[in-house]
Design a protein around this ligand. Structure first.
Ligand SMILES: Cc1cc2nc3c(=O)[nH]c(=O)nc-3n(C[C@H](O)[C@H](O)[C@H](O)COP(=O)(O)OP(=O)(O)OC[C@H]3O[C@@H](n4cnc5c(N)ncnc54)[C@H](O)[C@@H]3O)c2cc1C
Length: 431
């Protein structure tokens, strides 16, 4: 392992995933009912993870417990978190570029190490911060790492891996979310420069980012062939962060609307080949969608195990809520679904590492993750009764935050359309 931080052996840690305030069960009781929390520290998931992955996960868990989770409640309340500070800690420990090239400060490891990081980020006690980290590692930078020039990678990738620069991804626009090909932002060529006009919507990290991986139209051609990804410095003249959007969940993540008015960037800021931006973005989406699936696993395990712990202690009609068959059977069903999702994800990762296109499987995993998160958070919250409807327990935050997974990064229906394309059941245009 290249990073000094990762070389540090971290002792196995006792996890208390419940982690939030005045719950009536002790952490001892929780540990007893929380096998998933300890399993991830050993090699029980060794289909794709070995001792090095586990060491990396332990290292990240230590950071989460020391530098992130103690502050999450405050960040959520303030509706912002200090991305530069958090990313620097992660960058110093080699965790922002585990599968990125060593020449740019990455660890040069295969995607299974990224998967290990994504999964472990699920121990953060909210959805917003892991999502912001995922934008940096798996959404705004994969195309740059794969297709960008050396100069671009030095300028934008290396500082994103070290945590010195915060990245954001500008694909969605006011009128174009699901239909990426219909974006309107345009980059006109002027000498050696591009002049960009338009705007982006829903940009995660947008208010804090130093640069944007921005999808623009660089010509009038066919919508799948006229786009380019451009590294756009956010301090360029003509960039306006118009507003931070208020949301039902993901409170500590800044989600911005951004306008571009005659923003000038060198043409050399185009990632890879001009006109290939749509294709690059579709490739980049594979990692985004795998990340979304992987990030769902631990929160769902936490929801289930926390609900077991709570309902085991809370008595209604003279017996623990958990002792009702409908309750423990429902939780067993959910745990089964989580394991099935995990299996599909690990298969997708194994194929991805072999160099296969996993668009179909990644779309299925993203679809399933979004739906299962909705089902698990809703069913678990129900068993917490009035307590589940308060801000005092993690399940209510997860219920709000995780709703996004069925919408962001391609809505469920977009995932279904992709799967239908692979099944050759999607009606062809004009038929
Ligand atoms: C908190 C948050 C953070 C985000 N972060 C980013 C970011 O960092 N960068 C970025 O580029 N974007 C980001 N997004 C945008 C996100 O990817 C889009 O919201 C998403 O792709 C959906 O686009 P839309 O909101 O325009 O919905 P629309 O495209 O208007 O779709 C609305 C709904 O229509 C339905 N629908 C769509 N297509 C079909 C179909 N073919 N058949 C049937 N029904 C359909 C779906 O249910 C969909 O939810 C973020 C969004 C949110 C809310």
């Amino acid at each position: 392992m290249a990073s000094a931080g990762l070389r540090t052996l971290v002792s196995k840690r006792c996890l208390t995933s419940l982690g939030r305030r005045e719950l009536s069960c002790s952490s001892k009781a929780l540990q007893k009912t929380h096998p998933a929390a300890t399993e991830s520290s050993d090699s029980s998931h060794d289909i794709i993870y070995g001792p090095d992955h586990m060491q990396m996960r332990d290292s990240l868990r230590k950071i989460i417990q020391k530098d992130i989770n103690p502050f999450v409640d405050e960040w959520e309340k303030n509706k912002a978190f200090p991305a530069h500070k958090v990313f620097k800690v992660l960058g110093d420990n080699g965790l922002l570029g585990v599968n990125k090239p060593v020449e740019y400060g990455g660890l040069g490891l295969d995607y299974s190490f990224s998967a290990a990081v994504a999964e472990e980020l699920g121990y953060i006690n909210c959805g917003a911060v892991p999502m912001a980290i995922g934008v940096q590692t798996d959404m705004a930078t994969p195309a740059l790492a794969k297709f960008g020039s050396d100069k671009l990678k030095q300028e934008f990738l290396a500082p994103s891996i070290s945590g010195d620069k915060v990245a954001c991804l500008g694909v969605s626009e006011v009128g174009s979310g699901s239909d990426v090909a219909s974006i309107k932002t345009r980059a006109a060529r002027k000498g050696d420069d591009l002049i960009i006009n338009g705007g982006k919507m829903w940009t995660t990290n947008g208010a804090q980012a130093d640069w944007m991986c921005c999808l623009v139209n660089t010509s009038e051609g066919k919508p799948h062939m006229n786009k380019s990804l451009v590294c756009l410095p956010m301090d360029s003249s003509g960039v306006t962060v118009a507003k931070k959007i208020e949301k039902i969940g993901m409170w500590s993540s800044d989600t911005a609307q951004i306008f571009f008015e005659d923003v000038r960037v060198p043409r050399s800021h185009i990632v890879g080949e001009e006109g290939q931006g749509f294709t690059y973005q579709m490739i980049q989406f594979q990692e985004e969608r795998l990340f979304a699936g992987l990030l769902a696993l631990v929160p769902m395990e936490k929801m289930i195990t926390d609900t077991i712990a709570y309902t085991r202690e809370r008595k209604v009609f003279g017996k623990p809520i958990l002792d009702n068959q409908t309750v423990h059977f429902t939780l067993a069903e959910l745990q089964t679904e989580v394991e099935l999702l995990r299996s599909a994800l690990y298969r997708a990762i194994a194929l991805y590492i072999k160099g296969q296109d996993v668009t179909n499987l990644a779309s299925m995993c993203k679809l399933k993750a979004g739906r299962l998160l909705r089902e698990a958070s809703d069913k678990c919250l129900q068993y917490w009764g009035g307590m589940g409807f308060t801000q005092d327990v993690l399940i209510s935050r997860m219920y709000r935050d995780m709703r996004l997974v069925s919408i962001g990064g391609g809505a469920d229906e977009v995932m279904l359309s992709i799967i239908c394309k692979f099944m050759d059941t999607l009606p062809k245009p004009g038929k």
